[in-house]
Design a binder for this molecule. Structure first.
Ligand SMILES: [Zn+2]
Length: 380
């Protein structure tokens, strides 16, 4: 039976959908038999020697055919025509490979049928996992998925690996990074897997002159802000995302003001700053800020007691404004504000009689002038 090209079988559907894409070139599975598929994780720009081939890359629509549902989809990948290299992100590859592989197999059979040149025996021969190699694991294609197998380690590698694990297991370590270069990461950042074993280190102090990794800075600030309760991290993160609090703002509140967060649900966030505790209530009616109750034992002293009271912030105060308010509050500042207010009202009190006296005097003189006028009317 003659093997027919998918380009013919699905040509009319393709013409219909291809107009939606602004691509330099389209490639079908059957076109790939003489090409190489490079799978990478993260940003393509981070690939070694990216600059050498970057200029040759074009936007390419990879056509994926689903013969059961008679459906075709088009996915953006990068293509280097000179080297016949297609660059596909790992996550996309995982999603498309089972279907793509069938189309490649069809391409192989078509080449055999037509006596054309075909550099591969099976679709898997096209796939290069070279860019997915890691320090401690090797990627392998198994049951149509990329899985990572632990590498056979030398004694030295085993020792370094154990040192890495022990740095990660040490709860006081918060910052993870390569000893001599690169960003500072959270313990759960995917990128720490790329740090060489002999360079990997963890610390409870931020290393001088480094910067936070943009991928995990939010997680890291929240880890410090929620410590030691790690399960509060995703809940707090969601609340901050829902109410538009930026990573840099969380960073400032946690790192500069020492703010601590806790949340069991999305309906309230507890914030501790200095000796005060606050609750931000979320909900359809807007945010409400509540402050811990305290009992005053002298004009300048208080002790914090059970329960909370509404802080009476005006309506539509944003989450960020509330956190800024909390960061700016302290008992000492509260007392200072009270003193200013007391002085202001003292001034008011002093002004009041003067003002009344003036008014009374004015009234009296007015009355005198009126009386004189009336008197003039009758006696003039
Ligand atoms: Zn990171």
């Amino acid at each position: 039976m003659e093997i027919r090209s998918e380009k013919v079988l699905y040509g009319s559907i393709f013409r219909h959908i291809s107009q939606r894409y602004d691509m330099d070139v389209f490639l079908w599975g059957e076109d790939l038999i003489n090409k190489q598929l490079y799978i990478f994780a993260g940003k393509i720009k981070k690939l070694p020697e990216y600059d050498a081939f970057a200029k040759r890359l074009v936007n390419c629509g990879l056509v994926v055919v689903d013969p059961v549902r008679r459906k075709i989809t088009c996915h953006p990948v990068r293509y280097d025509g000179q080297e016949e290299a297609v660059y596909i992100d790992e996550k996309n590859f995982q999603a498309w490979w089972p279907l793509l592989k069938k189309s490649i197999r069809r391409g192989i059979r078509m080449a055999e049928q037509n006596g054309a040149e075909c550099g591969i025996r099976v679709p898997e021969d096209l796939v290069s996992l070279h860019f997915l190699q890691r320090e401690t694991s090797v990627p392998v294609l198994k049951n149509d998925r990329i899985v990572y197998k632990a590498k056979e380690l030398s004694l030295e590698e085993k020792r370094l690996n154990a040192a890495r694990q022990s740095a990660l297991d040490q709860p006081k370590n918060v910052y993870f990074y390569a000893k001599n270069r690169g960003c500072v990461h959270d313990r759960q950042c995917e990128q720490i897997k790329e740090i060489r074993l002999d360079e990997f280190t963890g610390s409870d102090r931020f290393p001088e002159g480094r910067v936070y990794c943009p991928h995990c800075a939010r997680q890291l600030f929240l880890r410090i802000g929620c410590a030691p309760v790690t399960k509060a991290i995703p809940v707090c993160s969601r609340i901050f995302t829902d109410y538009g609090v930026k990573t840099s703002q969380i960073g400032r509140f946690v790192m500069e003001h020492g703010m601590k967060f806790h949340a069991d649900s999305l309906s309230e966030l507890t914030v501790r700053c200095g000796e005060d505790t606050w609750i931000i209530k979320t909900g359809k009616k807007g945010l409400k800020l509540r402050h811990n109750n305290y009992i005053r034992i002298s004009p300048t002293e208080r002790y914090i007691t059970e329960g909370f009271h509404d802080q009476g912030l005006k309506e539509h105060t944003s989450m960020y404004q509330m956190l800024t308010y909390i960061a700016g509050y302290s008992w000492q500042k509260h007392l200072a504000a009270e003193r200013t207010e007391a002085e202001a009202s003292k001034v008011k009190e002093m002004e009041k009689p003067v003002f009344l006296a003036e008014t009374a005097a004015e009234k009296a003189s007015l009355w005198r002038r009126l009386a004189a006028y009336i008197k003039g009317l009758f006696c003039g």
